[in-house]
Design a protein around this ligand. Structure first.
Ligand SMILES: *Cc1c(COP(=O)(O)O)cnc(C)c1O
Length: 369
């Protein structure tokens, strides 16, 4: 029998969340973002779960090629574009749309003969200060790209720094939109603007965010970019990480648990040992008090997470036994809650699920083992 730790991927929930994104942005086409192994769900599962999307967006060129080999015929967007001129023939061969965000990329395109035309996204830096041309330099970059014979279309793109917080004090989404409008003024082409935060706030931004394309990621996986919980937005969890209790210990007052002896019991208590540790992707920095569900009952982590195991307080779990089912996150325990307790975000937890964790597919409501 395999180790009881297992991630169940709910393709039905992925489809549901994509439909939610459509409902939020009815006038836009959707790039479903499947970077980082579809946020830890598996690239091929991402492709099947988001089969209804208008395109798939990701970072890794080799995975974009793999999507073509797996039969994806709709558009593919490379969110960081390409890194070397030798990548350019692959773009044409597999009809991949690169994001162009610096002059080096433009130069490479100018010096490489494209034997088939390509569509590109041209990125504007509207304050994120990661990738892209500043608004005042944007039109010139656009003109240089437009002069390259093999460029078929240029979609104008930017990325929001604080889409999860509409009234952010430093850089509100409306200020980024204003800069985008200034930089893109008078230029032809489609627009590609919103990540999940932008999509979820589209209604509040009303007519201010007309976007031909939107680029949701985390919301499609039942996580939120921040603030509210996924269920407030009608989103469903797409990954449920489950395991079992594989050991139990009766502690006396004053005894400690795990490495560093960081947790000390104040009275007699039962702790359960769960087969899941940081080598599985569970965050080692998750503190005492991080929520865990055992046998349907909510309880908490105690002591330090070790490589293969962690301990939980079984005091509230009346019928706990070896083999009791444990939910670490997902259906029954929102990943955002676990992430919040551990001082991180759901994105990081999903992406970090380790290769040794068994992964199965199952409808929402089912888990493996
Ligand atoms: C990752 C990414 C997205 C998706 O972001 P979420 O917050 O997961 O919705 C959209 N656009 C770009 C450029 C990205 O890199």
């Amino acid at each position: 029998m395999p180790r009881p730790l297992c991630a169940t991927i709910h393709l039905d929930a992925m489809q549901h969340n994509l439909a939610r994104a459509r409902a939020c942005a009815p006038a836009s086409k959707i790039w479903a973002v499947v970077k980082a192994n579809a946020y830890g769900h598996g690239l091929e599962r991402g492709m099947r779960g988001f089969a209804d999307a208008d395109g798939l967006a990701l970072i890794e060129l080799e995975n974009a090629v793999r999507l073509r080999q797996l039969g994806w015929v709709k558009p593919i967007l490379l969110l960081e574009g390409f890194f070397d001129a030798s990548d350019i023939p692959l773009l044409a061969e597999h009809n991949l749309n690169p994001t162009i965000h610096n002059y080096e990329q433009i130069k490479m395109l100018e010096y490489t003969k494209l034997y088939r035309p390509i569509d590109v996204h041209l990125k504007m830096n509207t304050g994120m200060n990661r990738l892209g041309f500043r608004p005042e330099a944007y039109a010139a970059a656009h003109a240089r790209l437009a002069a390259i014979p093999g460029i078929r279309s240029i979609t104008m793109m930017t990325h929001f720094a604080n889409a999860d917080e509409l009234e952010h004090p430093r850089l509100p989404i409306r200020e980024q939109l204003r800069r985008f409008r200034v930089g893109a003024e008078g230029l032809p082409g489609q627009r590609s603007l919103a990540n999940s935060g932008g999509v979820l706030h589209l209604a509040e931004l009303e007519g201010e965010l007309p976007s031909d394309w939107v680029r949701p990621g985390i919301m499609l996986y039942g996580g939120t970019p921040g603030g509210k919980s996924a269920s407030d937005y009608g989103l469903l969890p797409t990954m449920t990480l489950t395991s079992e209790i594989i050991g139990m210990q009766q502690l006396q007052a004053g005894e400690t648990v795990g490495y560093g002896s960081r947790f000390e019991s104040t009275g007699p208590m039962t702790v359960g040992v769960v087969a899941c540790g940081y080598a599985d992707g569970y965050p080692r920095h998750a503190p005492h008090g991080t929520p865990v569900v055992v046998d349907g009952v909510r309880t908490t982590l105690v002591g330090r997470v070790s490589m293969d195991m962690m301990a939980v307080d079984l005091t509230p779990v009346a019928n706990a036994r070896i083999g009791s089912k444990v939910i670490l996150w997902g259906d029954g325990l929102p990943i955002d809650e676990v992430a919040h307790a551990a001082g991180t975000i759901g994105y990081e937890l999903m992406c970090a699920v380790a290769p040794r964790v068994r992964v199965v597919e199952g409808r929402l409501g089912t888990t493996c083992g």
